[in-house]
Ligand binder design. Structure first.
Ligand code: GRF
Length: 189
């Protein structure tokens, strides 16, 4: 079995989707859910599925040695970032080169970087009257924001769409594509 750890800080709709998708998968399993937020929705979903959780206290969030050793303890092969809002320690990116995958709710390089997460992304896309938005799934490596793009999926924005509609459309893409693309990456190695 190839073992995934999912890292999340938010409501956890992506983690919930991953857990559901891989639940009866023959060779890939979500084995650990990690969060820096004690009441993150992702942790509830994990517990409901008997998946171990790890809550990172403040002083451990940047402790590469600690996180690497937790990953080793849990025999983790891939790390999936699903709305995880903290930096990944260098030590972890070194240990998991091309084995950490992130999802970003825009078509990078547009609307990436500082402050660009959650609703802020969709508001900026709306204010700039973009004709389209989408998701970017990419590797997270030592050089921040330089990880190779694995896939982008686009959706058209209508002139009547407000930022909430844009967010809903992007979230629908996340649900449709994130698990499938993770599966493809893992099985093609
Ligand atoms: C998603 O939009 C994801 O693309 C981004 O953070 C959000 C997390 O949402 N990186 P959720 O916690 O999975 O519902």
């Amino acid at each position: 079995m190839i073992r995934i750890a999912a890292f999340a800080s938010g409501t956890g709709s992506n983690v919930a989707n991953l857990i559901g998708y891989f639940k009866s998968h023959p060779s890939i399993t979500v084995s650990l859910v990690v969060s820096n937020v004690a009441n993150a929705g992702a942790l509830e979903k994990a517990k409901a599925n008997n998946i171990p959780v790890l809550v990172l206290p403040k002083e451990k969030i940047n402790d590469g040695d600690f996180i690497v050793s937790e990953m080793q303890k849990n025999k983790i092969d891939y790390i999936i970032l699903a709305g995880y809002l903290k930096m990944i320690p260098l030590k972890l990116t070194k240990q998991f080169h091309n084995k950490i995958i992130n999802i970003h709710p825009s078509l990078l390089p547009k609307y990436g970087g500082k402050g660009m997460y959650g609703t802020a992304v969709h508001k900026a896309v709306f204010e700039n009257k973009e004709p389209e938005s989408g998701i970017t799934i990419h590797f997270v490596n030592e050089e921040y924001d330089k990880g190779e793009i694995i896939a982008q999926k686009k959706v058209a924005i209508l002139s009547t769409d407000k930022y909430q509609e844009i967010e809903n459309k992007v979230r629908a893409l996340e649900q449709e594509w994130f698990p499938v693309i993770i599966e493809n990456v893992i099985l093609s190695k």
